[in-house]
Ligand binder design. Sequence first.
Ligand code: HEM
Length: 313
Amino acid sequence: MLPYFPFEQDVFSMSLGVRALRPEETLIEVDAPRYADEVALKAALLTAGHAERFQGGPGTEELQWETLTVLLPAMARQSPEHFSLEVDGTRWCWHNRLLGTRTDFTPGDAASLPLAPLDWFGRQVQEDLLLLAGTHEGFPLVAGQLCFPSGWCLGDKLGRSLLAVHEPVPQFNAKLGPSTLKLMEGLKPGRPVTRCNWAISVTERLDLEPRTLPEWRHLFDGITPDNAGERCFLRLERQTLTRLPRTRAILFTIHTYVAPVASEVEAPGRRQRLARVLRTVPADTAAYKRITPVLAPLLGYLEAGEADAGWNG
Ligand code: HEM
């Protein structure tokens, strides 16, 4: 079962859905059973198309280094079973037990790492990582490593403001634009926030750049109320936003989790909660989220189960 089930309300509502990260929660989540496969997939995708998936141009090096110097100590503290960090003067030694690797480097010295800092760091974690200039008007996206996007790509968004990035999202700028900017302005170092975004997918595949659609479009065919539980997947993005103290940049992390709908609605009440939200998604949002073609069979599946379990089930 996935770690989140973000269907608290009875109806769909477009909301910020942001809350402070709790002390026991971490910015980086290690999903140990999937870690090796997902990190290997990232490496393969970056080899296949590096410039599409990593951008860290001149002027972003400081932001990239600050990401490492903030997150590596936190990861070593929070997951000592997986990671450790030794600091000896300016030299840092990072051990990743999940990968069985050790990396020695000097923060700030580009020549001490084999890759750009954010590109190297992104290969230590399952998250996608995006950096927004925190002191520029509109918070433009200036660097990122993005391997598991849900229908977008780095090249289309780099350099654009946060509102421009969300331009294709129906009703986003009208309903959430001002509050999102207010949130970004108010982010304080050491006080990260988190939110969870959800989608329904017809594939477990993590890398869903728009140009991959022809490879999996056929999976929309033949979904029925009988098979929708296995053929439709709940795709969750656990996101965090952190203000970096020195550069004031904003780090946006996205950890993508995918599982068949059937495995996520076994617990009592969950079929009903998901069905209620799906029934109330506005038509433009359903089309944007690619729910429209699977909505009827998926509701049929959820409702059949509700009848079996009883409405209080
Ligand atoms: C509080 C902050 C944020 C909120 C409330 C928010 C909300 C959303 C929502 C509701 C969607 C539509 C996704 C869906 O319904 O499946 C979306 C899409 C997206 N968001 Fe955000 N987001 C936030 C921050 C960010 C940040 C910091 C970035 C960094 C670049 C970002 C990048 C994107 C992108 C690229 C998309 C897809 C747009 C497309 O389809 O072209 N978001 N966001």
